[in-house]
Design a protein around this ligand. Structure first.
Ligand code: PRP
Length: 208
């Protein structure tokens, strides 16, 4: 069986739909309750549902042969895996956001809150701007509202969370979408199966 790690939640549902369309159907996500593994013996696949930030860990260690993960997590964690395909799902942007009228006068160290501390650090290092990065785990938009930080680095999809909190995108760091990744050893020794999966997914993406 080819072990495939999927991210739990909204992206996982979209990816499950894409896999089904590509001939890799395995059960109905809405009916599985708390079950975490779905199998399709005929297609030779086993789907695991894991936290989005854990997908690349399963793949890097070989517990999953392939997985689907957001480019944001790949860029943040830089796991030692192959990135095989852009699935064009879960599209959003990694942005710097803050109060609409924020102006960086460059005089003091910027305080930036984020879940994506590596992305934020590298971004400001590339600009040569001194920053204090504050690691948060969620509801990042609260940080500038309560004076914990000047700015945030976060994912923006529809922009409604920012709008509803009187914040705005100030700079765009990179576009984000879901990617198919593979374990490096699996890619070498199971290249036929993984290549077939990649090709079928690429066809399903192109047909969308
Ligand atoms: C993400 C992100 C933003 C929001 C952006 O949060 O951190 O808060 O979605 O989406 P929008 O532009 O469509 O409003 P998530 O829902 O993952 O929850 P979190 O606050 O726990 O990180």
């Amino acid at each position: 069986m080819l072990n495939i790690a999927l991210p739990k939640g909204r992206l996982g549902e979209k990816v499950h739909g894409l896999l089904s369309g590509a001939g890799y159907a395995a059960g109905d996500l809405s009916e599985i309750g708390r079950k975490l593994v779905l199998e399709n013996e005929e297609a030779g696949i086993r789907l695991f549902l894991v936290k989005p930030s854990d997908v690349a860990i399963y793949v890097e260690h070989g517990a999953a042969n392939v997985g689907i993960v957001g480019k944001d997590i790949l860029e943040e964690d830089r796991p030692d895996v192959y990135e095989l395909l852009d699935l064009g799902l879960g599209k959003c942007r990694m942005c710097v956001a803050g109060p609409k009228d924020f102006v960086d006068d460059g005089c003091k160290t910027l305080r930036v809150a984020s879940k994506f501390t590596n992305i934020a650090s590298r971004y400001y290092a590339s600009l040569g701007r001194e920053v204090d990065i504050i690691k948060l785990n969620g509801s990042i938009e609260l940080a500038p509202l309560l004076g914990l930080s000047d700015l945030i680095v976060d994912i923006v999809e529809t922009g409604s969370t920012l709008r509803e909190n009187n914040l705005a995108v100030l700079e765009e760091i990179m576009p984000v979408s879901a990617r198919l990744i593979a374990n490096k050893v699996s890619f070498q020794f199971r290249s036929d199966e993984i290549g077939r999966l990649r090709d079928r997914l690429a066809e399903a993406v192109a047909a969308k």
